[in-house]
Design a protein around this ligand. Structure first.
Ligand SMILES: C[C@H](N)C(=O)N[C@@H](CCC(=O)O)C(=O)O
Ligand SMILES: [Mg+2]
Length: 355
């Protein structure tokens, strides 16, 4: 089967509540769905949501990158898969979310051609997963009540967004810990908001009160690799790199320096599934466990992340794939089950989501 056409549609969905991190506030989701049609009528779906503050992309830049890459792919055989993937990555540098959206659609199309669910095509067996849920940054009382609501919905792991002010952050974490001690695991994500010294002081103060988070995610600026190492050498709380790792090169540097405990793999940072698989394999070779995370994005790309996690289940031991749970509603047809913390992949061919 040859690739006959590539187009995109703007996908919009309302959120349950505004999504607030140290980097941005989002009031509703807008992303791009990529639709690749084969000359036999089969269709592959991909998706990507721009996060200008993290990948530097916008809807406009994603569209431009997809328009630039697509002519290279039209007319090519899906069986020539590795050269299609290589074209996605070599036609233009950067633009990782746009590349990911295209790659996801290519993987969906290939899995459908092989009549396999994507996780099986990638060598996985596991179908059932649990995700954490993000508690947006805000006033302490609101974060506490949202944490309690999440637990009543069945979540056992909360990802607490902090990073705008270390004093306030300590107060937020302590307040949530106080009402939920022993009931949930707390993941902390400062989205680059602190300095290395602030991170150590804050984490030491939590540890003194026996508040042990599952990990602290990206406390310092993405390029502050020395800062990550400084923190890791001084605190007990495990350290997870997010914005510091897009590529294999980024990861190799951190792994060689033993600067972090875990790495957050996101398709929107790696440029899609092919490099995400390579990144998981690299981490496995250093015996470093990973989380598969997501941006605030839609069901197709989140499901693609779950298929990825299934295929590397020994290395990917944590999931932060809550973006669908954060939506109030959406219009896509999903065979994949998204039921709050529970995500179950279907055995239909491909990713299991369509328009
Ligand atoms: C949605 C997910 N739980 C999450 O927090 N992802 C990012 C932020 C993504 C965004 O700004 O869209 C993260 O920093 O881990
Ligand atoms: Mg993060």
């Amino acid at each position: 089967m040859k690739i006959a056409s590539i187009r995109t549609i703007l996908f919009k969905a309302p959120l349950e509540t505004p999504f607030v991190t140290a980097l941005r506030r989002v009031d509703s989701l807008e992303d791009l769905v990529v639709i690749i049609e084969g000359d036999d009528g089969s269709i592959g779906y991909g998706e990507g949501a721009p996060t200008p503050q993290i990948t530097g992309e916008t809807i406009g830049s994603m569209q431009a990158a997809i328009d630039f890459i697509s002519p290279q792919l039209i007319g090519k055989e899906i069986d020539d898969f590795s050269s299609l993937i290589s074209l996605v990555h070599t036609t233009i540098v950067g633009n990782t979310t746009a590349k990911s959206a295209l790659e996801i659609a290519l993987y969906d199309l290939k899995a459908k051609a092989q009549k396999l669910p994507l996780y099986k095509m990638l060598g996985g067996t596991r179908r059932s997963f649990r995700t954490d849920i993000t508690i947006s940054m805000g006033e302490t009382g609101k974060m506490v009540s949202e944490s309690l609501s999440a637990v009543s919905l069945g979540y056992d792991t909360l990802k607490i967004k902090i990073g705008d002010n270390p004093q306030k952050d300590a107060e937020r974490i302590k307040a949530i810990h106080k009402v939920l001690e022993g009931k949930v695991s707390l993941r902390l994500d400062a989205n680059q908001g602190w300095s290395a010294q602030e991170s150590v002081a804050l984490l030491e103060s939590l540890e003194k009160e026996e508040i042990m988070a599952e990990f602290i995610e990206q406390p310092v600026a993405a390029d502050d690799i020395e800062g990550l190492k400084y923190i890791k050498e001084r605190v007990q709380t495990p350290l997870l790199a997010d914005e510091s790792v897009f590529s294999l090169k980024d990861a190799r540097r951190l792994l060689e320096m033993e600067a972090v405990d875990y790495i957050n793999i996101k398709l929107a940072k790696t440029g899609g599934i092919s490099q995400a698989l390579a990144l998981a394999d690299l981490c496995a070779s250093y015996q470093v466990k990973c989380m598969v995370g997501c941006m605030l994005e839609g069901p197709i790309s989140v499901a693609a992340g779950v298929h990825l996690a299934s295929s590397r289940a020994d290395t990917v031991t944590m999931l932060d794939l809550d973006a669908v749970a954060l939506l109030a509603s959406h219009s896509l047809k999903t065979d994949t089950l998204f039921n709050e913390s529970e995500i179950v992949l279907s055995d239909t061919a491909g990713i299991g989501i369509s328009l």
